[in-house]
Structure formats: structure tokens, C-alpha cells
Ligand binder design. Structure first.
Ligand code: CP
Ligand code: NVA
Length: 312
């Protein structure tokens, strides 16, 4: 499977396998407790993290591996040392590295020079390990994702982009409700359209949440201001105010619809306190499933043979 930096490089069958493996690990964790014996997993995080760091760190440990955490301050990727030198040095010691960074280009460059798998722990553009866990959560609660109406409301950020890729690959009905000013990148939409032709997925963009959410089985949202965009928070609060998930919006969806959020949440912005604390919310099931998805990714990536790509 190579690196795990974008789901666009994975076939529908490979994505389904990863989700199924996550489900299997969840049911039978002890069966995998030695799967990463003698393997070392680096975690290099240039942004804060609660769930992703815990899921991959603990995931590696519970699989019998050795996690090592590096803060951005100590590595200073691309500043103290060139990305390609860090990648090749890590490849000498580690069996895989999970990276949380800003630009997707950093991940691509790192992967180009790493002979060991590089796993995207979130970039500005994508958050693939999150949506893998989300598909598991939706399946567990609602069943076949291709038979559901799934609505994402808010910013076309890393989580939204990854949802677009995963639904485009797996099929289903995904509706993105977003202000006109924040439409998804054209290149992403074009790529997704190609995947949709094969999967028969329907991905539609709406500029009205009221319209998008009618009859929804799943409502998903994420912060309007992602990490790194803090200076835009005031303007974003104005731009997105009609895209908040609140009790009024919830009434337009199916009564048994589930509400999802990758967390952390900005309560009172993209979601109200009453909705996130309400009976429809599944946010902590999502958080829990991050662990099993992380383990499935580690297992699939690290259990493979070394790749040719890494330059020494
Ligand atoms: N959902 C998620 O990735 O959370 P963290 O930023 O806390 O890792
Ligand atoms: N879109 C959010 C996701 C956090 C998990 C961010 O990038 O800050």
C-alpha cells in the first residue's frame, strides 16, 4: 500500500479492508498485541493533538511496538534540517512515521525520501485517518454507507476534503453545505468526480444548509477555523453563521439521524452545546474509533516490505 498520505492513492477495496481491519481489531484487540513487535513508530507533530497523538501512540504500544514522540520544536522540520534529511535519517531507525503538519507538500516531500511508510496525521489539506474511523462509526450505527444521506456542513477543510475522497471512492450520497466563498478546491472536485464515476457516488455542493440537510441520516461538522487559521476566526464566524448545526437544523433531518464531529469542537460556532450533548451525537464513538483506525493503518503500513522509493 506504500504511504498513507492521501486516500486518493487507495483503491475502494483497500479502504474497505482498512475499515474492516479496524473493526476486527476493535472486537479482538488481544489478537494483535504482538503484531508490531520490534517495530518503532515515530510521531512528529507540528500542530497540537489530543486524539491523533493518543490513537497512534497508544495504538503502536498496544500492537507491541515502540512509539517515539517528536515535537516540532525539537525537530524543526525544514528549518534545523532539510525535510529530505529528516526523512532519510528516520528511515535508518524507524519503521514508520506519523506526521502532523501544515502543508500537504511537506508530506509528499517527506514520503519521496522516506524508505519507510509515512502516515498523514493531519495536514491543512487532508485528515485521512479521521475519516477512516468515521466510516467505521457510521457503519456501526447506521449500516451500509452507500444507502445513507450524509451531510457535511461548514468549512471545506482537511476533514471535509477527506470525506469527499472517501465517499468518492466508496460510493454513497454526500452533500457538502458551504458558503459560496469557501467552495472546495476545483482540482479536488475534478479528481473526486472521476472516482465517483467508478463508485457511483453522488457528491453535491449546496450553499444552503437548510436544503442540504433535509432527510439526512448523518450530519457532520467541523470547526470553522482550523489550526493555523486563527487570525481569520472573527471573519469566519460571520461567514459561516448560517451553517451551524443547532436544534432547528436537526429537526430538518431524519429523527434518528446521527451528528458527527471530529473534535475539538468550538461550541456555539459550528455546533451548539445542546446538539453536541444531545442524544443524536456520536462524537465520542468517533473519538474511540480513532484508536482502531490508527492501529489498522499502522498494521497495514508497517507489515509490508520496505519500498523502493526512499533515497539514501
Ligand atoms: N480529531 C482530531 O484529529 O483530534 P486531535 O486534533 O486532537 O488529534
Ligand atoms: N479541521 C480541524 C481538524 C482538527 C482535528 C483543524 O485542522 O484544526
Amino acid at each position: 500500500m506504500g504511504h498513507f498520505i492521501s486516500l486518493k492513492y487507495f483503491s475502494p477495496a483497500e479502504i474497505k479492508e482498512l475499515v474492516a481491519l479496524a473493526g476486527e481489531i476493535k472486537k479482538r484487540p488481544s489478537g494483535f498485541s504482538k503484531s508490531l513487535k520490534d517495530k518503532s513508530i515515530g510521531l512528529l507533530f507540528e500542530k497540537p493533538s489530543l486524539r491523533t497523538k493518543t490513537a497512534f501512540y497508544l495504538g503502536a504500544l498496544q500492537l507491541g511496538g515502540q512509539p517515539l514522540y517528536y515535537s516540532s520544536e525539537e525537530v524543526k522540520l525544514g528549518k534545523r534540517e532539510e525535510i529530505k534529511d529528516v526523512a532519510r535519517t528516520f528511515s535508518c531507525y524507524l519503521d514508520a512515521v506519523v506526521i502532523r503538519t501544515f502543508s500537504q507538500k511537506v508530506l509528499a516531500e517527506f514520503a519521496q525520501f522516506s524508505s519507510k511508510p509515512v502516515i498523514n496525521g493531519l495536514s491543512d489539506f487532508l485528515h485521512p485517518s479521521q475519516v477512516l474511523a468515521d466510516i467505521l462509526t457510521i457503519q456501526e450505527v447506521k449500516g451500509d454507507i452507500t444507502k445513507l444521506k450524509v451531510v457535511y456542513s461548514g468549512d471545506t477543510n482537511n476533514v471535509c476534503n477527506s470525506l469527499i475522497y472517501i465517499f468518492a471512492k466508496l460510493g454513497g450520497d454526500l452533500r457538502i453545505a458551504v458558503p459560496r466563498k469557501y467552495m472546495p478546491a476545483r482540482s479536488l472536485v475534478k479528481e473526486a468526480d472521476e472516482f465517483c464515476k467508478k463508485s457511483c457516488a453522488s457528491i453535491k455542493i449546496y450553499n444552503s444548509l437548510d436544503k442540504a440537510v433535509k432527510g439526512a441520516d448523518v450530519i457532520y461538522t467541523d470547526v470553522w477555523t482550523s489550526m493555523g487559521k486563527e487570525k481569520e476566526r472573527a471573519s469566519r464566524k460571520k461567514d459561516f453563521k448560517k451553517f451551524q448545526i443547532n436544534d432547528k437544523i436537526l429537526k430538518l433531518a431524519k429523527s434518528n439521524c446521527i451528528v458527527m464531529h471530529c473534535l475539538p469542537a468550538h461550541r456555539g460556532e459550528e455546533i451548539t452545546d445542546s446538539v453536541i450533548e444531545g442524544k443524536n451525537a456520536k462524537v465520542f464513538s468517533q473519538a474511540e474509533n480513532r484508536l482502531y483506525a490508527a492501529k489498522a493503518i499502522l498494521l497495514s503500513m508497517v507489515a509490508q516490505k520496505p519500498k523502493k522509493g526512499g533515497k539514501k
